[in-house]
Design a protein. Structure first.
Length: 43
């Protein structure tokens, strides 16, 4: 669900600004890692 929403947001970015889209993807990946680490810490 969330992944699909990000794809919808990034599609225009890929066409208009590949660099910005790449940074956005990197930020999403980083946020995902942080969330997974937080869940692991809570368990």
């Amino acid at each position: 669900m969330i992944h699909g929403a990000y794809e919808n947001l990034l599609t225009p970015g890929l066409a208009l600004a590949p660099r910005t889209a790449a940074l956005t993807i990197a930020a999403v990946i980083s946020a995902t890692i942080v969330v997974l680490a937080a869940k692991a810490a809570l368990v």
